[in-house]
Ligand binder design. Structure first.
Ligand code: KIV
Ligand code: ZN
Length: 524
């Protein structure tokens, strides 16, 4: 690929499974990573950065499996500027139909100081590692980390070295979200104009959102000549996150008049993948988030509603269906059959096998018994936050909670722990606190509660609540989730779900572990 080929197209490089997944607390299971990769491939993402293979056995296995299962997307793995990292990365991606090695090193003065390399030593390292990667794989991406804070002369020098050593894509990361649109465009424009060989490679932009400018900076870089945008679903990523895929894709679609570049992404698949990523990462999408927030297409105020009824274009620059948002329909009641449920699930983007349909149908009936009106969102929540896995070591059997103004809340919780029935009663500051304390009596642990979040799935006091609980213990982080019309039950199940995930993670330390041994920030 060169800058001159299909100059109107912007390649979408998704790093939800690498830069997104490494944000504290967003860890996904192996199966969840495979599912998200398949959704990305199906929606037309060009390149999937599937992980950082040297970081752990779990990362390696996930990248290798995603590579094997890939269809149209290029599968990329990340590697530091070290030969063993690059070899491990190649091992993981080599079975993809289209593999890519992405290697990087921090080039700004602050980053050069960490491995304690002077400019010449680092230049030599770049030459050696990019050459090594290119000897393994035809498709090599190189990134000077913290490019936007690297001295111009040095940046131009190392970009030229990487191109000469065989890099096919040069990615310019704004690692700390420091740049601004004018500067972002100028930097790419100048690199393309001044670095020898620039016309033979694709320039990419990789922006972080610390100043809220990641999307604007990415689009400005495209105006400057970049033809690959690196992004994540929901803008997932460390600190303020990365450029959001849905924002750049929709901006290019809606404003083709002033940004005449297209992507291959099927935008009608955006909502579904956004919800899946929010669920599996435990990072709920803020209500007013562009494109995928709950309120992004809601028109509350009288004047807006009046305008919308007369002509939707008065306040809408894109249609909800363009991003895969179907109208919130009353689905079915308790008399609806299995075929109707399968139909509805298909409409909502879920393909289910017969056994899965059987399970979900039972839960749908239970919900329809409890809740008069079942909406699309309820069905999505049922799918996302399925049954507690039967093989979980900790299971809630029953619970009773007393709360109100008369004194402290009290919760009695009965659990099955490793096959044994146990129960405990505890008092607390409110029903959720009392319930968590009762669970802790039954399963003593030192996990710190990092996040407790409740969302109503639909309107109304009988709405299901989805609850996310994030726990941290000895550096390991796990997120648990659940949905129920009873907020306290959903909270207890989400807490127990997180505890089960911590147990699995602890059991898996050692070979085969998902726990990261190193981070991509260990740059030496
Ligand atoms: O933000 C960054 O610099 C990165 C690099 C590893 C490309 O994620
Ligand atoms: Zn990054």
């Amino acid at each position: 690929m060169t800058n001159s080929i299909d100059n109107d197209r912007v390649v979408i490089f998704d790093t939800t499974l690498r830069d997104g997944e490494q944000s504290p607390g967003a860890t996904m299971t192996h199966e969840e990573k495979l599912e998200i990769a398949e959704l990305l491939d199906d929606m037309g993402v060009d390149i999937i950065e599937a992980g950082f293979p040297i970081a752990s056995e779990g990362d390696f296995r996930a990248v290798a499996e995603i590579a094997k299962r890939s269809k149209d997307a290029v599968i990329c793995g990340l590697a530091r500027a070290q030969l063993p990292d690059i070899d491990r990365c190649w091992e993981a991606v080599k079975n993809a139909a289209q593999p890519r090695i992405h290697t990087f090193i921090g080039t700004s003065p602050l980053h050069r100081a960490i491995p304690n390399l002077n400019q010449d030593e680092m230049a030599e390292r770049i030459h050696q590692t990019v050459t090594h990667a290119r000897n393994l794989c035809d498709n090599v991406q190189w990134s000077p980390m913290d490019a936007t804070r690297t001295e111009w002369d040095y940046l131009a020098r190392v970009v030229e070295i990487a191109i000469k050593a065989g890099a096919t894509t040069i990615n310019i990361p704004d690692t700390v979200g420091y740049t601004a649109p004018v500067e972002s465009a100028d930097l790419i424009r100048r690199l393309i104009a001044e670095v020898p060989g620039a016309e033979d490679v694709v320039f990419a932009t990789h922006c972080h959102n610390d100043l809220g400018m990641a999307t604007a900076n990415s689009l400005a870089a495209v105006a400057g000549g970049a033809r690959q945008i690196e992004c994540t679903i929901n803008g997932l990523g460390e600190r303020a996150g990365n450029t959001a895929l849905e924002e750049v894709v929709m901006a290019l679609k809606v404003r083709g008049d002033i940004m005449p570049w297209h992507t291959r992404v099927d935008s009608t698949k955006i909502m579904h993948i956004s919800r899946r990523v929010a669920t599996v990462s435990g990072f709920a999408v803020q209500f007013n988030k562009a494109i995928v927030g709950k309120n992004a297409f809601a028109h509350e105020s009288g004047i807006h509603q009046d305008g919308m009824l007369k002509n939707a274009e008065t306040f809408e620059i894109m249609r909800p269906e363009d991003v895969g948002l179907t109208e919130s329909n009353l689905v079915m009641g308790k008399h609806s059959g299995r075929a109707a449920l399968r139909d509805k699930l298909n409409q909502l983007g879920f393909e289910v096998g017969d056994n899965q349909l059987k399970d979900i149908f039972v839960r749908f009936k239970e919900l329809a018994d409890r809740k008069k009106e079942v909406y699309d969102e309820d069905i999505v929540a049922l799918m996302r936050l399925g049954e507690d896995p039967e093989n979980d070591r900790l299971q809630i059997v029953s619970m009773k909670v007393v709360c109100g103004t008369g004194g402290p809340a009290e919760a009695t919780v009965e659990m099955e722990i490793d096959g044994k029935d146990v129960s405990a009663t505890a008092q607390g500051d409110g029903p959720v606190d009392a319930t968590f304390k009762a669970v802790r009596e039954l399963h003593p642990n030192t996990a710190n509660l990092q996040l407790y979040q409740v969302h109503a799935v639909t309107e109304g006091t009988d709405a299901q609540a989805t609850v996310s609980v994030r726990l941290e213990e000895d550096g390991m982080i796990a997120t648990g989730q659940s949905a129920n019309t009873d907020t306290v039950v959903a909270s207890a199940k989400a807490y127990v779900n997180a505890l089960n995930r911590l147990l699995v993670r602890r059991e898996k330390t050692g070979p085969g572990s998902d726990a990261r041994e190193i981070s991509y920030k260990d740059v030496s």
